[in-house]
Structures are given as structure tokens and as C-alpha cells.
Ligand binder design. Structure first.
Ligand code: ASP
Length: 437
């Protein structure tokens, strides 16, 4: 029989009504045996996530201020869920223990992790699943990195003893036995780790949107949902700012080729987005998605006959390396080389670096252009479709927008264009309309 790991995000477990939806989803399929839960998220737009309330408690305690009010608000959030669910269950002892720990200088990660810990206990009691604490089966090494093999071994040995279980997301245990959390949104990673440990057939990640959108809905009106996307395409889009889940959540399931299905707790009938290792299946459109970011700078280096000078590129990149600056793209032509860099990377060393580059390569001219936006057009379908690049450029040009930079990866899975920040939204819409509308 299929085994599914289902992870529910904070908005899916923000109050009793959401818990009821979650329970109905779990009960709807026998295969949904392992559940990973987040802490209660926002119930309405200016609500506060319980994780943020815990962080606040920690900061108050460090500042030797009273945590009473904030801690009472946390207790209220959980107790409201418990009483609205009408279950015979109490977290009073846990509240007492945690409050004592906060007052006695428990670590920031321990305090933050209690959001998931308590919520998972409620969920386990409500749906009648075992509670398996992540503290005993997710491990970090001495460098604070996930110890993926030890975790996989202990977690699979543990879960095999439970036919159904709820595991709190977001945290595990350091080598010294203290609690460590992943970065924010890290319950997605826990879900992925659990899916690998149990060799699940699918990892369902339940959130509050019906999948990943083809473009940013703040820029494109009603963008379509991506029905299938590969891990690699997702990485490319995520890198450019399009996210539905924590970036690092891909890696554990990737090792075992387990697909991820992004689903909507508030619209369980929607199919959502399937994230798969690879597929020959092409979507209705040549492209899978478009994403972009503002805040880039281009350093343009000009020198006649640059193309015949051995070591030119190395000397330029050495300057960046010495300043510990990462670059994004490196488009070049015969007599010019451009380096695209995040403006914030550049800020403090900009003039120094430009002068050094000019010196080491004896350039004719080095200029810096700020205010650049990059747009990534991503899709496995582009490998086979001829003329995709020209369609992208024409769509942008037809909207009267000037392209500053072009870069196409040799994978042919993505085309990157750089435009002025003022043209960002227009260019993105133009590409979407050309390929999708
Ligand atoms: N509760 C944590 C956060 O707010 C982790 C998560 O929800 O995935 O970041």
C-alpha cells in the first residue's frame, strides 16, 4: 500500500477550524500515515505566528523583562484550539515546564521549537496518532549541519515502530543534546526528511495556496498554477525568488526520487503542483514559470582585443574573490565582459573593486550600472522548442523595453534577461502574455 507523508504549514494549523480540515484530509486517505506539523500560524493577516511569540519571549527573558503577558497569549492560542476541538487533553504541565525553561535561559532554538512541539501534541491527540518527538530522531553534526545519514537511520528505525505518527517540524538535536532549529519555514525540510526515512511514495506539502504559480500574482493578474515542475526547474525559480516551500526541502527527497505534491488545505479538491525528479511530460506551455528579482548591478569591462588575452577572466574574478563577492552571471563579447552582481554584495567595496579590476586587466573602461532587475524564464520545454529566446526578446522589445543583458544556461532550461528595475513588471508581464495567455 502507498505511504504518504503529509506536512501541514502554520496557516493550516492556526486554529481549531483548520485542525478539522487537516483531520478530514488525513482521514480521507488510509495512506496518509505520517504527519509533520508546523506551529500555529496567522489566523488573519495581521495576526502573529506562535513561533514569533516564542522568539519574543526569548528576547524578553534575555532583556530580563517580564514574559508573563506574551507567554499567557501563547497559552491562550493553544488552549483555544484544544477547547474548540472539544478534546480531553491538557498541555498545562508542558506550559509550566517551558515557561520555567525560558526564565532559566533556555536557548533561542529550544524556545522557538516549542511552537511545533506543542501543536504536534495536540494534533496527535486529536487524530489518534502517536507523537514522535523530532528531538530524538533528527540530528545535526558538530558544524550545525543536518547529519543526514544518522538522521535517516534513526528516523526510519523509529518510525517503523509506529504505524501512524505525528512528528513536529522545524527542529532536531545537536551533538551536545541541545535543540537546534532549521531556518524559518524549516518544517518543510522535516517533511522531506521523514518522507525519505519512510521511503514514502509521495510527500504532500499542504499549505494555503493551490500550488506554485507561473508568475508573481502581484505582477501578473491571476497567473496559472504550474501542474508539474522538475526539481531543477524549481531550484532555478526559487533562486530568483519564487518560493512555495523552503529551498532546502528538495534535497532529502531528491536522494530517493520522491515526488512532492503542493496542496491547499482550504481547497483539497485542487490537484496542486507536482514536483518531480524529472519528466518528459511537457506542459501546455513551452515555459514552466517566470520569476525575477530587483537589486542587481552590472560591472562592464571594456578592452580592445580582450578575447585574445589569456587569463583576462581569471584576473577579474580574482578581484571578486579577494573581496569575497559572489557573482551571478558573466556574459561577455569580444571586447567586453560584464559581471552581474547583487548590489548589496557590492556596496561597501564598489569603487575599490572597480579600480582594482581596471588595474589588473589594464582595461580601457570600467563602468558600473545599478538598478538592474533579472528575470528568469524557466522551462524544460525550451530545450526542444525552437525560437523561444527570440520570442522572449521580441515580447520585451514590443513593449518598448530595452534589454540590458542576456544569459542562457547551457542546460537550455533557462533564459535570464536583465532590464532596468523600472521595466521589471512590464517585461515580466510581456513574457507571461507571450507564452501563457
Ligand atoms: N514555525 C516555523 C516558522 O514560523 C517553522 C515552519 O513553520 O516551518 O518559521
Amino acid at each position: 500500500m502507498d505511504i504518504k507523508v503529509v506536512k501541514f504549514g502554520g496557516s493550516s494549523l492556526a486554529n481549531a477550524k483548520q485542525f478539522e480540515k487537516v483531520a478530514a484530509i488525513i482521514k480521507a486517505e488510509e495512506s496518509r500515515k505520517y504527519v509533520v506539523a508546523s506551529a500555529p500560524g496567522k489566523r488573519f493577516s495581521d495576526d502573529i505566528k506562535v513561533t514569533d511569540m516564542f522568539y519574543k519571549c526569548f528576547e524578553l527573558a534575555v532583556a530580563k523583562k517580564s514574559i508573563d503577558e506574551t507567554f499567557a497569549n501563547i497559552i491562550d492560542r493553544y488552549n483555544e484550539i484544544i477547547s474548540d476541538l472539544n478534546i480531553d487533553f491538557s498541555l498545562d504541565e508542558e506550559f509550566e515546564k517551558i515557561k520555567m525553561a525560558v526564565l532559566h535561559r533556555a536557548s533561542r532554538d529550544y524556545v522557538a521549537s516549542r511552537g511545533e512541539y506543542l501543536n504536534s501534541m495536540i494534533l496527535a491527540a486529536y487524530i489518534g496518532y502517536d507523537f514522535v518527538d523530532a528531538e530524538n530522531c533528527i540530528f545535526f553534526d558538530e558544524k550545525g549541519m543536518l547529519d543526514i545519514e544518522k538522521t535517516n537511520k534513526v528516523l526510519s528505525e523509529t518510525l517503523i515502530q509506529h504505524s501512524r505518527a505525528v512528528i513536529p517540524g522545524f527542529y532536531g538535536c545537536n551533538e551536545d543534546g541541545t535543540i537546534k532549529t532549521f531556518s524559518r519555514g524549516g518544517s518543510d525540510i522535516t517533511g522531506s526528511i521523514v518522507a525519505r526515512a519512510i521511503q514514502a511514495d509521495i510527500y504532500e506539502n499542504w499549505t494555503d495556496v493551490s500550488g506554485m504559480l507561473m508568475a508573481d500574482p502581484r505582477i501578473v493578474e491571476n497567473p496559472k498554477v504550474i501542474s508539474t515542475i522538475t526539481y531543477n526547474e524549481l531550484r532555478e525559480l526559487a533562486y530568483m525568488g519564487a518560493t512555495v516551500m523552503h529551498e532546502d526541502a528538495i534535497f532529502p527527497v531528491k536522494i530517493s526520487n520522491i515526488p512532492i505534491n503542493i496542496r491547499n488545505t482550504n481547497a483539497p479538491e485542487d490537484a496542486g503542483t507536482m514536483i518531480v525528479p524529472s519528466t518528459d511530460m511537457l506542459g501546455a506551455n513551452v515555459i514552466t514559470g517566470i520569476a525575477g528579482k530587483k537589486g542587481f548591478s552590472i560591472i562592464n569591462i571594456e578592452k580592445d582585443m580582450m578575447n585574445s588575452e589569456i587569463g583576462f577572466g581569471r584576473r577579474v574574478l580574482e578581484v571578486l574573490e579577494n573581496h569575497k563577492v559572489c557573482f551571478e552571471h558573466l556574459p561577455s563579447s569580444i571586447d567586453t565582459m560584464s559581471v552581474v552582481i547583487g548590489t548589496c554584495e557590492l556596496r561597501s567595496t564598489k569603487y575599490e573593486m572597480v579600480a582594482e579590476i581596471a588595474k589588473v586587466v589594464d582595461a580601457d573602461r570600467v563602468t558600473v550600472e545599478d538598478g538592474i532587475a533579472l528575470i528568469a524564464v524557466v522551462g524544460r520545454g525550451m530545450v526542444k522548442a525552437k525560437g523561444t529566446a527570440s520570442r522572449v526578446f521580441e515580447a520585451i522589445a514590443n513593449n518598448g523595453i530595452n534589454i540590458k543583458m542576456i544569459d542562457q544556461g547551457s542546460s537550455e532550461r533557462n533564459i535570464i534577461v536583465g532590464v532596468e528595475e523600472n521595466d521589471y513588471a512590464g517585461a515580466l508581464r510581456a513574457i507571461y502574455n507571450e507564452f501563457v495567455k
